[in-house]
Design a protein around this ligand. Structure first.
Ligand code: PLP
Length: 460
């Protein structure tokens, strides 16, 4: 499938599996998942859009890891930059110092970010970026003489992270509710711009964007002077990769401005070329007051995230108005050096344009599968694409997330060499260096796997 070379030598596979099953608690999994769950594999190598497991089987990485390996796998250039910086000075504490890579990365991000988002606060990942954004937003209002502005509005279906604040503002929190409530208080959730399953049973444009206006209704009901921020992904990935209508973002931006509310654009997945632009905000000339970024910032080569702030936000923190928030790993020098090279690769190899073109090819290929009885909708922008699967196209009945149909589909995809997460929406978000042949292969693997699933479960 590609030019992955044989690794020199690997530890004994069954011994590794036994040790991993016993000692490794895999995220979002049950204990001993490595032994009990056949969908968990040990990956040993990757190159471009392809990864290889310990048994030597190769897969197209349909989700770029977890929506982040934008530059692709096996980039020794990024690894070298990390190693060079780590060998020189890996770390400096923000209580006393910063480093050259941190300053250079912040400066580069200021050039790339939408509008005048010119100042970066670094952290280790997306959840920390969201926690930091919430705290920055609340403290901003405090310093501006509005300490009551503490509430946050999120949207149903959106995911903003796993830590407490990020989980609380996430619209996926009903799944965590049995275990992790009570959540952070003062959080409200509005309907998303998810036209295929509109909460208001309306159709765009006749709906006149009721979903955006609902946010203003919540604001007015709660008292606008108590709302700190609205947080939203320009295109919600967890919310089903629903691309909003073109006038959604201008409307929401205007609502926030009118009420003095900060808009936090969460580009943790959307950013760094994923949607065919450096940031998805660019599709709508959107400039959040605060933007959260992570994932594609370093393509998974080092854990790093950031919060980008516009001048009016950081200017609230001048003089004695210090930010009351500190993370040990924020601005990690080696991670910043790696991220700088990652950004250079995205630019030098034209990977953002490739995302646009390969994304269009992928979407067209997926639209060609619309005759399948289970393909309800095909959506996306750039290489953030998704296919909504339904049991019945008329009623839009959903598949059970843990049902046999999706299990069959997942096994079929993996067996044919495509890794992705299988759910009601099949997300396709591969490395941005994916080739046209690989895109066509993804489509044909999905085609065959859908046919197999439909036949096996009497849906053909
Ligand atoms: C939009 C968004 N924000 C935040 C996060 C949290 O990022 P992390 O898992 O790096 O903490 C995610 C994770 O998928 C995300 O999709």
């Amino acid at each position: 499938m590609n030019d992955i070379t044989e690794p020199a030598s690997l530890p004994n596979e069954s011994a590794l599996k036994a040790a991993g099953s016993e000692h490794l608690f895999i995220h979002a999994s049950s204990y001993r998942a490595l032994a009990d769950d056949s969908s968990k594999r040990i990956l040993v190598e990757g190159h471009g859009a392809v990864v290889k497991d310990i048994e030597g089987k190769e897969y197209i990485d349909g989700l770029a890891g977890l929506w982040l390996v934008n530059a692709g796998h096996g980039r020794t250039e990024i690894a070298d930059a990390y190693a060079r910086q780590a060998g020189t000075l890996a770390y400096a504490s923000s209580t006393q110092a910063t480093t050259i890579p941190a300053i250079e990365l912040a400066t580069r991000l200021a050039e790339l970010a939408p509008g005048d988002q010119g100042t970066a606060f670094f952290c280790s990942g997306g959840s920390e970026a969201v926690e930091s954004a919430i705290k920055i937003a609340r403290q901003y209002h405090y310093f501006n003489g509005e300490p009551k502005r503490s509430k946050i509005i999120g949207r149903r279906g959106s995911y903003h992270g796993a830590t407490y604040g990020a989980m609380s503002v996430s619209g996926t929190r009903p799944m965590s509710e049995p275990y992790h409530s009570p959540f952070m208080h003062g959080v409200h959730h509005a309907s998303p711009p998810y036209c295929y399953r509109c909460d208001f049973r309306q159709t765009y444009p006749a709906c006149d964007l009721l979903c955006a206006d609902q946010i203003e209704q919540i604001v007015n009901y709660e008292n606008p002077k108590t709302i700190a921020a609205v947080i939203a992904e320009p295109i919600s990935a967890s919310g089903g990769i629903a691309v909003p209508p073109d006038d959604y973002w201008p409307r929401l931006r205007e609502i926030c401005d009118r009420h003095g509310i900060l808009l936090i654009t969460d580009e943790v997945i959307n950013g760094f070329g994923r949607t065919g632009r450096m940031f998805a905000s660019e599709h709508w000339d959107l400039v959040g007051d605060i933007m959260t970024i992570a994932k594609g910032l370093c393509s998974g080569y080092a854990p790093i995230g950031a919060v980008m702030c516009r001048p009016h936000v950081v200017e609230a923190f001048e003089g004695d108005n210090k930010l009351s928030h500190l993370l040990t790993y924020g601005g990690h020098a080696a991670a910043c050096a790696a991220a700088l090279v990652n950004l250079e690769i995205l630019e030098r190899e034209g990977l953002i344009a490739n995302s646009e073109h390969m994304g269009a090819r992928l979407k067209e290929g997926l639209e060609g599968l619309s005759d399948h009885p289970t393909v309800g909708d095909v959506r996306g922008l750039g290489l953030l694409t998704g296919l909504e699967l339904v049991k019945d196209k008329e009623t839009k009945e959903k598949f059970a997330e843990d049902g046999e149909e999706l299990k069959t589909l997942g096994e079929g995809l993996a067996q044919r060499g495509l890794l992705t997460r299988v759910g009601g929406v099949l997300p396709l978000s591969p490395p941005l260096c994916i080739t046209a042949d690989q895109v066509d292969n993804v489509v044909s693997i999905i085609d065959d796997s859908l046919t197999e699933m439909e036949t096996a479960h009497g849906l053909a």
